[in-house]
Design a protein around this ligand. Sequence first.
Ligand code: ATP
Ligand code: MG
Length: 584
Amino acid sequence: MFPFRAFRFLAPLVREQRPIFLVGIVLILLTSLSQVAVPRLVGLAIQKLESGVGLHLITPIAFAMVGAVLIRGLTSFWTRETVIASSRRIEKKLRDQLYEHISSLDGSFYSKTHTGDLMSRFTSDIEAVRMVFGPAVMYSVQTAFTLIFALSMMIQIDWKLTLYSLIPLGFLTVAIRVIGPKVHKESMRAQEMLSGISVHSQENFANAPVIKAFVVEDAEVERMQRLSHDYFRQNLRIAKLRAISGSAMWLFGDLALVTLLLVGGTRILSGELGLGDFATFNGCQLLLIWPMIALGWVMNLFHRGAASAERLQAILDASPLVDNAQARSDINISEGRVSFDKVSFRYLESERPALEDVSFNLKAGGTLGIVGTTASGKTSLLHLVPRLSPVSSGKILIDGNMLEHYPLGELRAAISMVPQEPFLFSATVAENISFGVDDATHEEIVAVARLVRMDQEIEKFPDGYNQRVGERGITLSGGQKQRLAIARAILQRPRILLLDDVLSAVDSETETAILAGLKDWTRDLTSLIVTHRLSAVTHADEIVVLEDGRIVERGTHQSLLEKKGRYDNLWKKQTIESELEDLE
Ligand SMILES: Nc1ncnc2c1ncn2[C@@H]1O[C@H](COP(=O)(O)OP(=O)(O)OP(=O)(O)O)[C@@H](O)[C@H]1O
Ligand SMILES: [Mg+2]
């Protein structure tokens, strides 16, 4: 009945908590026993009163009742302390495990998984699983014990009366089984609507300038009002269903009481049932109502938790495309020679290869210029070097060794990449520059800032190097972000530097100065420079021109000009453009 299979992958985490869960079960047993003891004691007291004994005989019963209530209070407190705390521990470990796993996955996983989806798995799915190991386990065990104890006491008093009074309670369970899933379904829809609202507003807040520039504020406000109205209507629907199920609960609960009064009353009159037993019976019946209601709710928790567990398992089952399976410990990157030998690469989801038959040899300390039309495969080529994506065929060698033979950590430590769209963290300028280099001194940070021609600008910030940037700080210009990202990359003192069109937002003079400075910072730094502006690579040892993933021209700046092909064409265009700019 319960989809236990879905939770199987959590077995190791649950096993660690087993002793605590066992303690929890014993506590729940005590809670249920003390709960059922109360109607029993009330019955006893009434019997005594009926037989006309003095109040002094009732006093021990009253004390026993106080004892039972105290025990129930304490044990149910400790049950929560143990079971709920255990479920929180499982939740924490699951979250850590999931995060670690997601961090180990590569580009192909991130590009096919929606960030919003990942976030919801990380929050609500983990919570749904926790609800299973916390409240769902606790209430189902408690329900089972209460059912057993209360029912057996009722049967012991009068089994026929038990049958009669179970009829309305049976209806109650059926009603809850019918309405429960409806409430659940509608709640899930409401949840989706709410997440729609948050995605919509998040996009709009983050892109406020775009929305204003396109003068679509009114349309966007209207769209939000529609979403918000739908969500409101949905919540009304849920409130109605909840109201129906609430009324049904009381209706059938009260019907059970009426049945007891009628059937039980006849038996009292015929002398078959004592008043005390009648009271005990009534008390037990009241105890049964809550478990009947809880049953539906607990089942929902199990089903929801199972669906969430499956979604979490799907992530945990995804394996990285790039791993350390072929890593060797006897090699390391010392020079930084890079060669590509007939390398082809295709993204998993795409039909066409992004790179085909790409070969080049770059000596240690050399510079390779990579130019080409948009979408020609330049970024894809750079990503292959630190193995952000795996090659589909061909070989990449560094210092003569296959890329796959280097442990990933060592490979990536020797390579710094500045991505096409630089990303800054919501942290200070200094922290952004020294990201990944914990022991960087202030002098080093200033030195790299000077190298990328940022030092004077940083000093003008109100807080200098301690200026916060990003979401909670000042907003930097595109060119400032690019230069900070370069500073961050070179502070790592890599052997190989990959620049993905990272100076597009600075003027060409500064660009030339920065590129020249890089070589002084790290001796023999090998660099692969992707650029749309040819002036950045005129000094490169070799320039390759990519088109549709293939190298269509190659050579030095001079030899390419002499070929009078695509490169020469582009160079002429860019020279005229910059001459025109100079005239202005
Ligand atoms: N994550 C991805 N999944 C699938 N296809 C991709 C992915 N990234 C890029 N591509 C495709 O691979 C091809 C090469 O893209 P790439 O980003 O390497 O081009 P580029 O030369 O860097 O372009 P640009 O100059 O615009 O930055 C394109 O056709 C692009 O659509
Ligand atoms: Mg690119």
